[in-house]
Design a protein around this ligand. Structure first.
Ligand SMILES: Cc1cc2nc3c(=O)[nH]c(=O)nc-3n(C[C@H](O)[C@H](O)[C@H](O)COP(=O)(O)OP(=O)(O)OC[C@H]3O[C@@H](n4cnc5c(N)ncnc54)[C@H](O)[C@@H]3O)c2cc1C
Length: 296
């Protein structure tokens, strides 16, 4: 298993922000993945798995870890006996394509989620009333100590979270889908994608929703919109003029700019609604948000 050094991560994220990985590997099989995890254990190096980087903010000065990106066999998907069987690194787009070709429905909700199978398990990704928890049969979780198949309950899937620990990598997953004619799947996907395009900045560099929706009548986006934050810019990062729960890289954006915007958004939501917004985006490297109510 080849371990590369100082690999830039910016282009491996949808927002296009961040420094380099100190160590980087692209395992293509479970055996290679295990080898990389053992290597990290021996070196005393932290592990971070990157999917499509669609929910990540990576520190400007990079990350002191072994960053893993699952490729080859671990990024393939196929339909088998009513199941969609996929590698942890398979993209949602490939999975949806395979499911549709096999006449299997239930994965359509993921058409607007630009991630991978493993990222979806980690985040219990969901949209339009569907989520990973509802369709996942089981996932193969690999760590330095071995591998084990786990159910959604054992994985602790809940709203935009799981109980996966650092160093645990989803290598494969099986989804239980239902027979559905491919043309119906195609029509649903077209409809959901049109809805998404009308509401969110689909052609901008973002990391998806910044904050989880709070337990409040207003969503995080509506709340930040009511705070007058649409279009607010700090450095090269801007709160989307289209949807206030998205931060766009407006050109040369830095992680520090995005953090400053998030801190300002949290301060305003607390001041005006008494709500402490919790971030959905995952931080990679030495990044920290100031306490709610405080700015940078
Ligand atoms: C335009 C846009 C729209 C979005 N819309 C939605 C939406 O509607 N609903 C939604 O839920 N999300 C949405 N997201 C967020 C994001 O796409 C999802 O959270 C997605 O599931 C993340 O997958 P990923 O492969 O990109 O993971 P990454 O962003 O690369 O990583 C996210 C987390 O998953 C972990 N991870 C990745 N792969 C593995 C693996 N194999 N094993 C273990 N852990 C792993 C990472 O370590 C990290 O903790 C959106 C993002 C964008 C940019």
């Amino acid at each position: 298993m080849k371990i590369e050094e100082n690999v830039p991560l910016r282009r491996l994220t949808t927002v296009g922000i961040g420094g380099s990985a100190r160590h980087f590997a692209r395992p293509g099989t479970v055996a290679e993945l295990q080898e990389a995890l053992v290597w990290a254990g021996e070196q005393g190096v932290d592990i971070f798995t990157i999917g499509l980087g669609s929910n990540l903010l990576i520190a400007d000065d990079g990350v002191e870890a072994l960053v893993l990106r699952l490729e080859d066999e671990l990024a393939e998907a196929r339909a088998e006996d009513g199941l969609l069987v996929a590698g942890g690194g398979a993209t949602n787009a490939v999975c949806l394509h395979r499911a549709r070709a096999a006449g299997l429905g239930g994965f359509e909700f993921a058409c607007a989620i630009p991630g991978t199978v493993g990222g979806g398990v980690q985040m219990n990704a969901g949209a339009y009333g569907g989520d990973w928890k509802a369709i996942l049969e089981r996932a193969l979780v690999v760590s330095a100590g071995g591998s084990e198949w786990s159910t959604p309950a054992e994985l602790g899937l809940d709203y935009r979270r799981s109980g996966l620990r650092p160093g645990e990598v989803v290598a494969r997953a099986e989804f239980r889908l239902e027979p559905r004619p491919p043309e119906e799947i195609k029509a649903t996907v077209a409809e959901l994608q049109a809805q998404r395009k009308a509401a969110q900045p689909t052609n901008k560099r973002t990391f998806g929703s910044v904050f989880k929706n709070p337990d409040h009548e207003l969503s995080a986006g509506r709340m930040l919109e009511a705070c007058g934050l649409k279009g607010h810019q700090i450095g090269g990062a801007q709160i989307s003029p289209r949807h206030a729960n998205f931060i766009e890289n407006a050109g040369e954006g830095r992680a520090a700019d995005a953090i400053a915007l998030m801190a300002e958004a949290r301060r305003r939501a607390l001041e005006e609604f008494g709500v402490e917004l919790e971030r959905e985006v995952r931080f990679v490297g030495a990044l920290e948000l100031p306490a709610a109510g405080q700015t940078m």
